[in-house]
Design a protein around this ligand. Structure first.
Ligand code: NDP
Length: 247
């Protein structure tokens, strides 16, 4: 079976770079119409729309993940353009790392606002249209850190662990409506977010059974499966794509 997303309208938050961009490109390649949000990379966003075939196939929306108003606007734009929202990928995320002893309340709040409350906002905006359609697939991007914890990332780990409970809860709420919700929990993936790992990257290899960092495409493949009808019987699942780190 090949994964076919043609006829589906998908919204990806944080689609200009890294994992989100790989998901946007893979979904478009599989035939979907794809909208993506971003925070500040307007030029990159416009170039990506062009690369995906222009305004008919793609839509870039500047929207801060932490804003409920922006989330509502983004979902409405997708429904206005393509008549439905068939897939939602909650991908936008940030880090503000620091050991707890030095972490201030702002670093805590910024990460929770973007990564976890952001998921609440955009999912809530997509809820009604998906329930009305009686179809849809929501995929949230958690992290191996949300499952295992990580020194220096208490805020980030809390947000990513929170996403798992959140997603399982909405999976239960939505299952009677034909809407599925699943989590992808990536390990360490080579993106701007992990560009500063430095010597820590070497040490990480001891913890990764498959002995390499992941690529954005490794995550996009898993997300595509969960968005597609091939995953019609999968909901409330946490799919670890981490080279075996969390087993
Ligand atoms: P990047 O930092 O490479 O890219 C982040 C993307 O999210 C960009 O498109 C950025 O837009 C967008 N973004 C950031 N903040 C906001 C915001 N407030 N509102 C809207 N868009 C925003 O991140 P990754 O690709 O590495 O990570 C993507 C997701 O995967 C995150 O949730 C991250 O936590 C998760 N993850 C990443 C791992 C990794 O190893 N890289 C491992 C596990 C999970 P702009 O270009 O405008 O800044």
């Amino acid at each position: 079976m090949t994964l076919d997303l043609s006829g589906k309208a998908i919204l990806v938050t944080g689609g200009t770079r890294g994992i989100g961009r790989a998901i946007v490109e893979a979904a478009a390649h599989a035939g979907a119409s794809v909208a993506f949000t971003y925070r500040s990379s307007t030029e990159t966003a416009d170039q990506l729309v062009e690369a995906l075939g222009g305004d008919e196939k793609a839509l870039a929306i500047q929207a801060d993940a932490a804003s409920g108003e922006d989330a509502q606007t983004a979902v409405e734009a997708v429904v206005a353009k393509w008549g439905s929202i068939d897939g939602l990928v909650v991908n936008a995320g940030i880090t503000r790392d620091g050991l707890m002893i030095r972490m201030d309340a702002q670093a805590w709040q910024d990460v929770i606002d973007t990564n976890l409350t952001g998921a609440f906002h955009v999912t809530k905006a997509a809820y009604r249209p998906m329930m009305k359609q009686r179809a849809g697939s929501i995929v949230t991007i958690s992290s191996v850190v949300g499952v295992m914890g990580n020194a220096g990332q208490a805020n980030y780990a809390a947000s990513k662990a929170g996403l798992i409970g959140f997603t399982k809860s909405i999976a239960r709420e939505l299952s009677g409506r034909g809407v599925r919700a699943n989590v992808v929990a990536p390990g360490y993936i080579e993106t701007d977010m992990t560009a500063d790992l430095g010597p820590a990257a070497e040490a990480l290899m001891d913890q990764i059974p498959l002995k390499r960092l992941g690529q954005p495409d490794d995550i996009a493949a898993a997300v595509l499966f969960l968005l597609s009808d091939a995953a019609a019987y999968v909901t409330g699942h946490v799919l670890h794509v981490d080279g075996g780190m969390a087993m």
